[in-house]
Ligand binder design. Structure first.
Ligand code: NDP
Ligand code: MG
Length: 386
């Protein structure tokens, strides 16, 4: 029997890689729903190719365009934020959460509450409301599989039956495009230079996060929720080749690592086939060709975003959510040319100093904190411009 599949964020980098895998084995997968925000053409084309039951565009003003693009296709069209959540509520054996940013939280929560399998790429939702998400997954009996390459690597090496065997979880970081740049050089970097990642091809937001190392900071918080070892046992190691995707050190001194090509289709395929394995078109890893693997400590002075994330993780409560929301707004401002590269971490730090709410007890409270953190960030951006 074919597995039923929904992709939230089907038109993005992760969404397209997921579609590539399922379209190669189309008899194994039946598509229930595909969602996007504004890319009507990409969404309609994917829905037609995969004969999806439903295609949903988040921007409600694009409903007419989507309906037209799907004319005579047999695919049902829907639009609006609520329609994305409704699509996530439809039964599907496997759901990919690949919406970028906080916008992914409510749809992913809807999918988790169904108690089926959720493959999660959308790290921002875990950073904002990881405790509440993990609790919802447990209560519904849902299986949450990490797609983020580092967490997928840890998942493959982790002693799920006895986490106490772990001395350290080590997340690797490529160091991003500015790994060897001085602060003076970074100050002059443009959005085009920041999104040009040396190893991975990804969406704009996560590419900027990789350049500031905020991505690794968000991933630390993501790991904290996914793997019950406590923040003291989480660490980051810079590894420019992106071959070792992360490591788990056991208390006997053994270190298990997962290696693979820098192609997200490998971790996505792991979650698609889990607990089995499936073939991928990824170029196999050729270690002789790679030649050497380098490792270095991260530089928290040149990359203050990572230090801010470590601190938010230690402090807990609402700190990670405020960090995440202010970063999302600051990255958008950088991409729009409103602020410089170094201003991103500076703005996040300013917002963390100005806004310190108590920990959210519900998803709605988490979303309110997110909204207020965005407002405070906008205010900080305006003051900076004044
Ligand atoms: P992209 O920007 O490429 O894609 C984002 C997707 O989300 C698109 O389908 C987009 O639709 C949709 N979307 C954007 N805004 C909204 C919104 N407000 N409401 C609903 N849908 C929306 O991002 P990536 O694929 O790179 O990343 C997706 C997630 O996966 C992120 O959280 C990222 O951190 C994580 N991730 C990504 C990796 C990668 O290699 N790319 C690796 C590890 C994690 P539209 O196209 O119409 O705008
Ligand atoms: Mg990652």
């Amino acid at each position: 029997m074919a597995r039923t599949i929904t992709i939230l964020g089907a038109t993005g980098s992760i969404g397209r890689s997921t579609l590539d895998l399922i379209e190669r084995e189309s008899d194994r997968f039946d598509v229930v729903a595909l969602t996007a925000q504004r890319d009507v053409d990409g969404l309609a084309a994917a829905a037609r190719r995969t004969r999806a039951q439903r295609a949903v565009i988040g921007d409600a003003g694009l409903y007419g365009a989507l309906k037209e693009a799907l004319a005579d296709s047999g695919v049902e069209a829907a639009a609006g934020e609520g329609a994305i959540i409704e699509a996530a509520e439809l039964p599907a054996d496997w759901t990919m959460g690949a919406i970028v940013g906080t916008a992914g939280l409510s749809p992913v929560m809807a999918a988790l509450r169904r108690g089926q399998t959720v493959a999660l790429a959308n790290k921002e939702s875990l950073v904002l409301a990881g405790g509440l998400m993990m609790q919802a997954a447990r209560e519904a009996g849902a299986t949450l599989l990490p797609v983020d390459s580092e967490h997928n690597a840890v998942f493959q090496c982790f002693p799920h039956d006895d986490p106490a065997r772990v001395r350290r979880v080590i997340l690797t970081a490529s160091g991003g495009p500015f790994r060897s740049c001085t602060r003076e050089e970074m100050a002059r970097m443009t959005p085009a230079q920041a999104v040009k990642h040396p190893n991975w091809s990804m969406g704009a937001k996560i590419s900027v996060d990789s350049a500031t190392l905020m991505n690794k900071g968000l991933e630390l918080i993501e790991a904290y929720h996914l793997f019950p070892v406590g923040h003291e046992r989480l660490s980051v190691l810079v590894h420019p080749q992106s071959v070792v995707h992360s490591l788990v050190e056991y208390y006997d001194g053994s270190v298990l690592a997962q290696l693979g090509p820098a192609d997200m289709r490998t971790p996505i395929a792991y979650t698609l086939a889990w607990p089995e394995r499936m073939a991928t078109p990824c170029t196999p890893l050729d270690l002789a060709q790679v030649g050497r693997l380098d490792f270095e400590e991260p530089d928290l002075v040149r990359f203050p975003a990572l230090a801010l994330a470590f601190q938010a993780l230690r402090e807990g409560g609402a700190r990670p959510g405020v960090l995440n929301a202010s970063n999302e707004v600051a990255v958008a401002a950088f991409l729009a040319g409103r602020i410089g590269f170094l201003d991103i971490a500076f703005i996040v730090e300013t917002v963390l100093a100005r806004y310190a709410p108590t920990a959210p007890a519900t998803i709605d409270e988490a979303l309110l904190i997110d909204a207020e953190a965005r407002r405070v960030t906008e205010d900080a951006l305006e003051r900076k411009a004044a």
